[in-house]
Design a protein around this ligand. Structure first.
Ligand SMILES: NC(=O)C1=CN([C@@H]2O[C@H](COP(=O)(O)OP(=O)(O)OC[C@H]3O[C@@H](n4cnc5c(N)ncnc54)[C@H](O)[C@@H]3O)[C@@H](O)[C@H]2O)C=CC1
Ligand SMILES: C[C@@H](CO)CCC[C@@H](C)[C@H]1CC[C@H]2[C@@H]3[C@H](O)CC4=CC(=O)CC[C@]4(C)[C@H]3CC[C@]12C
Length: 369
């Protein structure tokens, strides 16, 4: 609990607070951070659900803005004690140009750092990604690794390259003097593939399954493990890290933490079936139905079609050479660094995470009918 001197004194800013993860961080802060006085939510697109939050005891300030615009960021950051920077362009499907991805993820992060320095905000938590590590372009497995596991991180795709550069900038900024002379304290959280209520890709896969008559066809061997973590636990880690960073700056400043919980190690497709199965979908095949070379060919064909059609329309299917490589390369984490450094334990068990996700999918299903 908060000590009385600090009760309801703090101003937090969440960038990207209307996104999939951002909304969970916002709601978690309101539930779990008793020292909050004001919560600022900064996003390119504000959600209508923000209105319901404005009736509670914490002042909720919605700010429509763009992280690529330094002056908008500085205005939002001024007077905040803590910034949680989750805003980002998450695109591995070729919807946005590499320049736009760089602008939002790298320049946007630079703007957030500079705003903290100029306005005197001392604590910055950055939502990074497992992708800053891998899987790398060589397809090397990362099997239950931790933050110190050696791995050749080599990126070509704009999304992981931009996340890696932004993370580096955030970590390098740790210790810089902010206005007033105090040191900036930063750290980065690296979620693996996040799932849970509001997950757009899960929604897309679900509707794809419905279009295919309630079936999905196995494309990836069941033996390939893909790390997943429940959105509620990722949000909880953000809240805890932001709180503890203020108590233990020397230990936590400049550190990276993978986001983890008790979700089981499975292939991307088998894991999704934990939710899609109870919603009536079936995964056909115990082994991939198509040989890998044929999948690669289809993925390459999709990439070619995307390029050819670009002047006319946006063709951005789930399967492309990058997403195929992601799904087909083992990448799982096994670590207790967050527990050791700031006492993190998952707030939601696997059973609860699964039930909540299924309930959300079933509600989505009935509202679609
Ligand atoms: N979804 C996943 O599995 C993972 C996501 N992440 C990271 O978590 C963060 C949040 O991702 P999601 O919630 O999945 O994505 P999302 O797309 O649902 O949320 C991102 C939010 O940022 C906002 N945003 C985008 N460009 C902006 C700009 N120029 N100015 C202000 N706001 C802007 C969007 O409007 C959106 O509300 C991202 O930084 C992403 O890289 C990391 C690991 C896994
Ligand atoms: C080959 C298809 C056959 O079913 C399946 C294609 C699945 C892909 C769309 C996903 C497989 C792995 C996902 C990524 C992974 O979970 C890590 C991520 C981290 C992030 O920071 C952002 C999201 C993502 C890139 C995630 C995106 C979707 C996949 C590539």
């Amino acid at each position: 609990m908060a000590d009385s001197a600090q009760a309801q004194k703090l101003v937090y800013l969440v960038t990207g607070g209307c996104g999939f993860l951002g909304e969970h961080v916002v709601r978690m802060l309101l539930q779990q951070e008793p020292r909050l006085r004001e919560l600022r939510i900064f996003d390119l697109h504000l959600g209508p659900w923000l209105e319901e939050l404005k009736t509670g005891p914490v002042q909720v300030t919605a700010i429509q803005g763009d992280v690529t615009q330094a002056h908008e960021v500085a205005a939002a950051v001024a007077g905040a004690h803590v910034v949680i920077h989750t805003a980002g362009l998450v695109d591995v499907f070729g919807k946005a140009s590499p320049e736009t991805i760089h602008e939002v993820n790298v320049q946007g992060t630079k703007n957030v750092i500079e705003a903290c320095v100029q306005t005197g905000t001392q604590f910055l938590v950055y939502t990074s990604s497992m992708e800053v590590v891998g899987p790398n372009i060589k397809g090397h497995p990362f099997y239950r690794g931790n933050e110190d596991t050696p791995y050749e991180a080599v990126h070509r795709h704009p999304y992981p390259s931009s996340k890696a550069r932004a993370e580096q900038l955030v970590l390098e900024a740790n210790g810089r003097k902010v206005r007033g002379g105090l040191p900036l304290v930063t750290c980065a959280l690296r979620p693996t593939g996040i799932y849970g209520e509001g997950h757009q890709i899960m929604r897309d896969i679900y509707y794809q399954g419905l279009r295919l008559g309630g079936r999905l066809f196995r494309a990836i061997p069941a033996s390939v493990e893909h790390g997943r973590v429940y959105v509620g636990n990722v949000a909880w880690m953000h809240v805890l890290v932001a709180r503890e960073l203020q108590q233990r700056p020397a230990l936590m400043g400049g550190q990276v933490y993978f986001c983890y919980d008790k979700s089981p190690y499975k292939s991307y497709e088998d894991f999704n079936m934990e939710f899609l199965g109870p919603c009536g979908l079936r995964l056909v095949g115990t082994r991939p139905l198509l040989p890998y070379w044929l999948l690669m060919l289809l993925a390459a064909l999709n990439a070619l079609l995307q390029w050819l059609l670009r002047p006319l329309l946006l063709y951005a299917p789930l399967l492309n050479p990058y997403t195929l490589a992601m799904a087909n390369t083992t990448f799982t984490v096994s670590t207790n660094k967050a527990q050791r450094h700031f006492g993190y334990e998952p707030l939601f068990s696997w059973e609860e995470s699964r039930t909540r996700t299924i309930r959300w999918m079933q509600a989505m299903d009935s509202s679609a009918q």
